[in-house]
Design a protein around this ligand. Structure first.
Ligand code: PMV
Length: 320
């Protein structure tokens, strides 16, 4: 009744923004992401009937704040007549700061919980369950370049291309280390209800998905760069035009964009993307990663840098 699993966060290139069913947490649009390698969340789940309720530690310290969402996820995987669980989470990057910590956390938790209860579920079933907790978590069940599609009343997730077939590098410029001010669910609902750009976002997404799918198939970096930057800026424009506006960027976010534009002008293979937070993710060809890291590291307001290749989907690990 004890198992552990590890999952990597993923970064969306064609973004998921908006829900078609808030209760079941179903996305309004499909999305395409890359799963990272170096960043991780490891979850250990021990089901224990003698506990009074679920318990959670994050990097060794008790954390009651995150527990309710994790408990709900366990209920969905195991049923609400399950035994209470002792959950131990280890994470090597900032939580709730726009670095997809919820994606890796719920992907790892889903795999560990099913394993602890000796329930053998297919990856697509695990992805669907993880997606109920956090839409982007469904993609972290898979490695490399991953597409999430809306299918009837569920989602379908698959790898478009393995990480080893097109090994890109992601340099992450951390521009603020605190947790984000507005959670993504709340921000998506504000966008859906108030942004004048929301309906055209939904209409245009299939086109962006097609272009990105083609670019990944053809390993066409310039094509992937153009559609990814455009899709990211559209997502943030929806938020900026909402009431109240949701602005995740800070001045360093903007400076990083400027740096990346200069690197592109010098001919480097790099493009940016940003999620529900002020961090800038620079996706680059591996041979240019060092130069990209140096330039972003020297950009005003960047407090830290992380770098990662592309990695695998969530999987069980041996118990410590
Ligand atoms: O999975 P959530 O609810 O944290 O939403 C993720 C939304 C974005 O990161 C901004 C975009 C995406 O597709 O990951």
């Amino acid at each position: 009744m004890r198992a552990a699993a590890i999952a990597q966060p993923n970064i969306a290139l064609i973004k998921y923004w908006g829900k078609r069913d808030v209760g079941r947490n179903l996305p309004a649009v499909g999305s395409i992401s890359i799963t990272l390698h170096e960043l991780f969340t490891e979850m250990e789940v021990q089901l224990d009937g003698s506990l009074a309720g679920d318990q959670l530690t994050v990097n060794g310290a008790p954390d009651a704040g995150l527990l309710p969402r994790l408990s709900d996820c366990l209920d969905r995987v195991l049923g609400d007549d399950r035994d209470p669980a002792r959950i131990q989470s280890r994470c090597n990057f900032p939580i709730a700061a726009g670095l997809a910590s919820s994606a890796s956390a719920f992907a790892a938790l889903t795999v560990a919980a099913a394993a602890a209860a000796e329930r053998s579920l297919e990856t697509y079933e695990l992805a669907s369950l993880a997606g109920r907790a956090s839409g982007s978590a469904a993609r972290s069940l898979y490695g490399g370049f991953v597409e999430l599609e809306n299918r009837r009343d569920d989602i379908a997730v698959r790898t478009l291309r393995a990480a080893t077939e097109w090994p890109l590098t992601v340099v992450i410029a951390i521009t603020a280390s605190g947790p984000k001010a507005v959670g993504s669910t709340e921000a998506m609902e504000i966008s859906r209800k108030t942004s004048p750009f929301y309906s055209s976002w939904i209409e245009q997404q299939p086109h962006d998905l097609t272009i990105a799918r083609e670019a990944i198939q053809q390993k066409d970096f310039a094509k992937l760069a153009a559609v990814s930057e455009h899709n990211c800026l559209k997502m943030h424009s929806i938020m900026w035009a909402s009431r109240p506006p949701v602005v995740y960027w800070n001045s360093a976010t903007m400076s990083c964009l400027q740096t990346i534009r200069e690197l592109q002008a010098q001919g480097l293979g790099v493009f940016f993307t940003m999620d529900a937070g002020p961090q800038v993710k620079a996706v680059c060809v591996p041979e240019h990663a060092a130069q990209v890291g140096e330039a972003l590291g020297g950009t005003d307001g960047v407090v830290d840098l992380m770098q990662s290749g592309l990695g695998e989907g969530a999987r069980r690990t041996k118990m410590p």
